[in-house]
Design a protein. Structure first.
Lengths: 283, 318, 311
């Protein structure tokens, strides 16, 4: 069974009287244990696609249409409220970009992890607390018994991101969606967090969706890649093909734009506006 | 080679805020942001300053611009010591040195059009007449790739990359010799990043700029910088030519930075070992006097040792 | 923490002294005295005698020190307009209606306002939202004596449900309490709405939803608490301001409260009463703000705990 199944997803925003087609006819499937990278620049619709999957788009000005929208076999087009509460945090969890603003500043980290556990599992508070300490250990936080009582503002970005991953994994979800999880972090911390996510994915036999604009992250972490531009899918293949033999010129351009690949001071490949216009119109 | 900007033995302390409980306590804890840093920016060259958050690199940039005063040390701009100059004395020097920041949105006055933003430096330094100012501003905006249709727009109407170009245009208005760029590309997408890097490339060649490029992204610096200085916890731990650093890094922190760069080859995924900050401090490279060039103090003190033409590493001589 | 409290207490004392001096000087700067002839002119001799009796012939600073010395012993003197009791007794007597009615007004108005604000924030741009905004605007703009009059007209005259005036049985309290409740309700409705909307748009609320928490839990456990912190600091000063009585409400409803004395004591140059009233208000507000700041520091972990960044 596919963990994620999306068919012909369309998302439109009403902005100042204009209709903005943020996502146009996206279809994708993800099987159990598989890892998928979604690459695109800001405005490509990559985040919006998966936020809508979990029903997290709050705006009243949005229109979401799809032929199929399923996570773990649960149909998210009908009985929305009920089905979403079945899925969120339990079958699918999400990790966000900025860990500093992702926690409630008034509660300790431990409280917020325990709260997640208690929402989905029928255990007592003490057990939930001990589980939380173990989770923090799993994400390689030193002194988890101390850290668990800290408030978000007392921790660094890297530690908070680990805590957020711990919180996301607390109910053993089948799918982890990570939306630019390392963009706000330092380079060495970034590498550690990515390795951690990868390890945990394999350990827990989870599926992973990694949303990023950084192709380096993609090369290191996922099995399959979807390249998005202007709300559409430009290319969809496995990670080796994407780098060895990129099909779509946009993918090629993305790869060539990355600095530092060849030694010496040099200029990088730029994408022209006419190229962009041609890709936007295609498909 | 002429040195246009020099930071000489710069140290900067900050006092720490300890929260409501310790309002009356006398402990005056200081945080050392920059610790005895020496930087030399050569004419028409790009010097990359790399480090992670807390390394002090941005503080160095602000000190170089005299936007912050160092606790100790000197700032020497084209052989003039500007460290202790008062603001009105500093003004004429400001024409020679400009800065662009990471957050383009908060660097631009949202109430001003792009043309007005670029004209502002002329007004502040009282140069050119009214017509010249308009013309020059238009030229500058065109040069950074923002044509006529942009000139009367406001910052909020632009994308991140476009705003960054405006910052660059404004910085170049007074034809400075030195440009300090504090993480200008960190907040940008891959393609826009490439555009801004290329723009800086072109402008540097065309205008003979000397650039101090501060970034935490080593791969960006590889394409742009002639030499790199690596900062860690307020100190310079390694510096040298760009390719030397990439191929022959000796300090454990530099090595960890290089290790962390993702490879673009999925066939070559490696498991990384990460070293903690304690391990870095404990593994300071040691050199014997025979391996290194002269002009190093031969005591066991931890210092920046020249191990080659254009390669310095923090270590201990034995 | 102790030092912080100590410093604030010092500032209260300092404010107290400063206000007492300023008020005293201002009081005596108003031309005329408490015993100047209005209806029954006194002969000069009689007037001098009375002035001496009340110590008003002495130099100003001596009068000041004598009065403040009394204050330290909780002796606020005798009100000129009511020499049968001490100021303290008068305050005690008059404050009760104000405290009861004004206090209840705030205690009833604030929660209603909070509820209104919450609903408005949660059902943004709906009918309820516009209705709540309208109500709160009205509450803040209609002068309280007009509102009181409307209440009397509606409930006493036309509907004949409630008594229009007096102070005695609780039935008589209902209308004045409603009048007092208007401003707290309106203020809190506005505050709550904007505070909640601000919090609802924060990223961590989206994360809470992604975790699978029910909307109810999110609102009552997380959003409310975050919204409440700035509102808590507003509460005490508002309470003090209302619970000392409004001259308008008390006049309209014929309540024998403190409100009237604030104005009349200046008018009749009843120095001891004036001083006592103003000193009382000063101290209460100082404490109100002090407690509010303390509450804020305690409730907000970012202030309560120092920022210890761990790596």
């Amino acid at each position: 069974m596919n963990i994620v199944s999306i068919k012909n997803l369309n998302i439109t925003f009403k902005q100042h009287g204009n209709l903005v087609h943020a996502v146009r006819n996206i279809s994708l499937d993800l099987s159990e244990g598989e890892s998928l990278g979604i690459v695109g620049e800001s405005g490509s619709g990559k985040s919006v696609t998966f936020l809508s999957l979990l029903g997290l788009i709050n705006s009243p000005n949005v229109i979401i249409n799809a032929d199929k929208l399923e996570i773990g076999g649960v149909d998210l087009l009908i009985n929305k409220k009920k089905h979403l509460s079945k899925v969120r945090g339990k079958i699918a969890s999400m990790v966000f970009q900025d860990p500093m603003t992702s926690f409630d500043p008034l509660f300790s980290i431990g409280y917020q992890i325990v709260e997640t556990i208690l929402t989905h599992k029928n255990i007592n508070k003490k057990d939930a607390f001990n589980e939380s300490v173990n989770l923090l250990k799993k994400v390689e936080i030193q002194n988890p018994e101390k850290v668990i009582n800290y408030y978000p503002h007392q921790l660094s970005g890297g530690m908070l991101q680990r805590a957020m991953i711990a919180m996301a994994l607390s109910c053993e979800p089948k799918l982890l969606i990570a939306d630019e999880p390392t963009t706000a972090l330092d380079v060495t911390v970034q590498a550690q967090i990515l390795q951690l996510i990868k390890d945990l994915q394999i350990e827990n036999n989870m599926s992973l969706i990694m949303i990023t604009h950084d192709l380096g992250v993609i090369a290191e972490t996922v099995d399959r890649v979807i390249v998005m531009y202007g709300g559409q899918i430009m290319e969809n293949s496995n990670v080796y093909e994407i780098f060895d033999n990129p099909n779509h010129p946009y993918t090629k351009a993305l790869i060539d734009s990355i600095p530092g690949q060849k030694p010496g001071k040099r200029k990088l490949k730029e994408i022209t506006q006419s190229e962009r216009d041609s890709w936007y119109a295609s498909n | 080679m002429k040195t246009v900007l020099e930071l000489n033995k710069i140290t900067k302390h900050f006092d720490i805020n300890k929260g409501i409980k310790n309002i009356f306590s006398n402990k005056n804890e200081k945080f050392i942001a920059v610790d005895n840093v020496n930087l030399k920016l050569q004419e028409k060259k790009v010097l990359g300053l790399v480090g992670e958050s807390g390394s002090g690199k941005s503080t160095c940039g602000l000190i170089a611009m005299r936007l912050l005063k160092p606790s100790y040390g000197n700032i020497i701009l084209e052989n003039n010591d500007i460290t202790s100059l008062k603001n009105h004395e500093l003004k004429s020097y400001r024409k020679k040195m400009q800065i662009i920041f990471q957050d383009s949105y908060s660097s631009l006055n949202p109430m001003m059009t792009l043309a007005q933003i670029v004209i502002e430096p002329f007004i502040i330094h009282n140069v050119h007449n009214f017509n010249e100012r308009q013309e020059l501003a238009k030229e500058l905006l065109n040069k950074v790739g923002l044509n006529k249709t942009y000139h009367n727009r406001y910052p909020h109407e632009l994308s991140g990359g476009e705003r960054q170009r405006v910052s660059i245009a404004r910085a170049l208005a007074l034809k400075p010799k030195i440009l300090i760029a504090d993480e200008p590309t960190s907040a940008l997408d891959v393609c826009v990043k490439a555009q801004v890097i290329n723009l800086l490339h072109d402008l540097q060649e065309e205008m003979g700029l000397s650039i101090l490029f501060i970034s935490h992204e080593l791969n960006v610096l590889r394409s742009l910088a002639d030499s790199i200085s690596v900062m860690y916890r307020g100190r310079i731990v390694e510096e040298g030519g760009t390719e030397i650093i990439f191929n022959n890094a000796k300090h454990p922190y530099t090595k960890s930075l290089l290790e962390a760069i993702p490879s673009l080859n999925p066939h070559n995924r490696k498991r990384r070992e990460f070293i903690s900050s304690d391990e870095i401090e404990m593994n300071i490279p040691k050199f014997s006097i025979n391996d290194v060039k002269v002009n190093n103090k031969s005591d066991k003190e931890q210092q920046l040792i020249q191990i080659n033409e254009n390669h310095y590493v923090e270590g201990v001589l034995s | 923490m102790i030092f912080y409290i100590f410093r604030r207490l010092l500032s209260v004392i300092f404010t107290f002294i400063a206000v007492s001096i300023i008020v005293f000087i201002m009081m005596h700067s108003i031309p005329g005295g408490p015993f100047d002839p209005v209806d029954m002119p006194l002969s000069k001799a009689a007037k001098d005698l009375i002035m001496k009796q009340y110590g008003l012939d002495q130099q100003l600073h001596i009068q000041y020190f004598k009065y403040m010395w009394g204050v330290l012993h909780f002796d606020f003197g005798i009100p000129y307009q009511s020499p049968g009791e001490t100021v303290l007794e008068l305050l005690g007597r008059a404050w009760v209606p104000s405290l009861v009615l004004g206090g209840l007004g705030v205690l009833i108005g604030a929660p209603i306002g909070i509820l209104l604000g919450m609903v408005a924030a949660l059902r943004r741009n709906s009918f309820v939202d516009y209705f709540a905004s309208a109500i709160s605007t009205l509450g803040l703009t209609i002068p309280v004596f007009v509102f009181s009059m409307l209440l009397i007209l509606l409930f006493s005259v036309w509907l004949n449900w409630l008594p229009a005036s007096g102070w005695g049985e609780p039935r008589k309290w209902i209308l004045p309490i409603i009048a007092y409740a208007a401003i707290p309700m309106a203020t809190y409705a506005r505050y709550t709405r904007s505070s909640m909307l601000d919090i609802l748009n924060k990223p961590f609320v989206m994360v809470l939803r992604a975790k699978g928490l029910s909307e109810k839990t999110i609102i009552f456990r997380h959003v409310l608490r975050n919204s409440a912190i700035p509102m808590v600091t507003v509460f005490l000063p508002m309470f003090i301001g209302t619970a000392t009585g409004s001259i308008f409400v008390e006049a309209m409803f014929r309540v024998p409260g403190l409100g009237a004395y604030f104005v009349s004591s200046i008018h009749t140059k009843d120095y001891p009463l004036e001083m006592a009233l103003l000193l009382m208000i000063t101290v209460m507000f100082c404490f109100a703000y002090f407690l509010a700041d303390l509450a804020y520091a305690i409730l907000n972990p970012r202030i309560r705990l120092n920022s210890k960044r761990e790596e």
